[in-house]
Design a protein around this ligand. Structure first.
Ligand SMILES: [Fe+2]
Length: 476
């Protein structure tokens, strides 16, 4: 999404915020080198459908279904922020030990079709839907954080259209909803830069909306993710905030670090209301992603990728490391604590989703280079995949060297799965030498051994965000 479309979507265009040219031209925070237009951050030019894919190693025959991952891919080749391109999905269909196809498809929205824009009221259809995917209530959806989700056909990744839960979704939907694995209930939120700043939603396993609850916040926080336990939901009210100054004078997204803002978690019973939210002040930080969360006695535990700071100068400012950290909120005493867990810099935390909302032992993430994780320096840094045992503190890492760049690790359960880590980790891995990507499958119990199967793609899958694995056994 272009900044102009974002401002128009939020209604800020109608309020007179500069949408392009003049005032935006005064910006002094635009980076000289746009890292998102270099290396594997660059968009690909074409949508392709590939069959007869070469496989190195063996795809476990028990894995049948669709892996699909979302990300930005500007159709013009240029976007005003790393997060600002059009949504593009990259999918691989697995069937009985073979890779039936790979295809990449844009999420077909008015923004992609260049029909968005103009001044006026917020239009939740005008989104890029570029951040993640969800399978719930028998529907595959592309999610973009701003705007409505878009329904996607899992057979060919074509876009069916926007979806608003029979009119019950008031506006934005987060790209990080959670499903309770026992009940199938979907818990999520939407945030906005104007009041209500946050709205909580709960839908049953079929997708029928059960609760719509505006939540009182301290101000317009950027809220990328949230936490869910068996009893509670946890909202983040942190220090990256909507900024009028950035909206008028800056480039990129109109959000920025605000030292004067509070930093806190709001804990609410899952079926509670705004009046039930208990707020816990925590040390200054920002969190994009939560690995998992659960109840432990009187405590609510949240494990997350914690940044000391983010976007201090502007929304282009990614020069910070996140570390896996455990927050504990005591519901009896009202006290909160935080400790850094094992492992070095990281992002894209994930778990076996059967453990969502519950006590767990194993997490996974992208391992970020210890010395140098500034994105524009990614060409000289080493990344990998990391498995965490959050009980013992043990780490198992796959560090493939400078040439290979893996994305978000996705846990694929083994069909005979009983143990939490009995299954596979899958992700796209980019090879800088060949400038092509592979869909790689690892045994989750032996991540450091490297992939057991590599589906070679003769194309590049750009750096992206979040995916979903939809096994045939759950596909409607
Ligand atoms: Fe995310």
């Amino acid at each position: 999404m272009k900044r102009r479309d974002f401002l128009n979507y939020t209604g800020l265009g109608a309020l007179g915020v500069a949408t392009s040219g003049t005032l935006a031209g005064c910006s002094n925070d635009e980076p000289k080198v746009k890292f998102w237009q270099q290396g594997n951050f660059r968009p690909v030019a074409e949508e392709v459908t590939l069959t007869e894919l070469k496989v190195e190693g063996t795809i476990p025959p028990e894995l049948s279904g669709l892996y699909v991952r979302n990300g930005t891919n500007s159709s013009t080749g240029v976007s005003e922020h790393f997060f600002g391109g059009d949504g593009m999905m990259h999918g691989v269909r697995l069937e009985n030990g073979r890779a039936a196809w790979y295809r990449n498809r844009y999420v077909d929205t008015p923004v992609y079709r260049k029909e968005a824009g103009g001044f006026g009221a917020p239009q939740p259809e005008n989104t890029t839907s570029a951040v993640s995917l969800l399978y719930h209530g028998g529907e595959l959806m592309a999610l973009g954080e701003f705007g409505y989700p878009y329904l996607i056909n899992p057979d060919d990744l074509s876009t069916k259209g926007p979806y608003n839960y029979d009119g019950k979704l008031a506006g934005n939907m987060t790209a990080h909803p959670r499903i309770d694995p026992a009940t199938g209930e979907l818990l999520f939120f939407g945030y906005d830069v104007m009041e209500p700043y946050l709205t909580y939603y709960r839908a049953d396993k079929g997708g029928t909306m059960l609760q719509v609850e505006p939540i009182t916040m301290s101000g317009p926080s950027m809220i990328h993710d949230f936490a869910v336990t068996q009893k509670y939901v946890v909202f983040m009210d942190m220090q990256v905030r909507f900024s009028w100054l950035s909206a008028i004078m800056g480039s990129g997204l109109p959000f920025k670090w605000d030292d004067s803002a509070p930093c806190r978690f709001g804990v609410m019973p899952r079926e509670g209301s705004d009046a039930d939210v208990k707020w816990f002040d925590i040390p200054s930080c920002f969190i994009f992603h939560i690995m998992n969360s659960f109840d432990r006695g009187d405590e609510v535990i949240v494990d997350a990728a914690r940044y000391d700071h983010l976007w201090v100068k502007s929304s282009h400012d990614f020069h910070y490391h996140a570390h896996l950290s455990r927050f504990a909120m005591n519901m009896k005493t009202g006290q909160a604590s935080v400790e850094r867990l094992t492992g070095g810099p990281m992002e894209f935390p994930s778990v076996n989703r059967q453990r969502w909302t519950r006590d767990y032992r194993y997490g996974y993430s992208v391992a970020v280079d210890k010395e140098n994780n500034a994105p524009e320096k990614v060409a000289t840094s080493e990344s990998g995949l990391r498995k965490y045992d959050v009980v013992t503190g043990e780490i198992d890492e796959w560090l493939p060297g400078l040439a290979l760049e893996p994305g978000e690790p996705m846990f694929l359960a083994s069909q005979e799965s009983g143990g939490e880590d009995e299954g596979y980790i899958a992700t796209y891995v980019y090879d800088k030498n060949t400038q092509t990507s592979a869909f790689c499958i690892f045994e989750a119990t032996k991540l450091s051994a490297g992939p057991i199967a590599k589906v070679q793609l003769p194309v590049r899958v750009p750096v992206g965000f979040h995916g979903v694995w939809v096994p045939d056994s759950v596909m409607a």
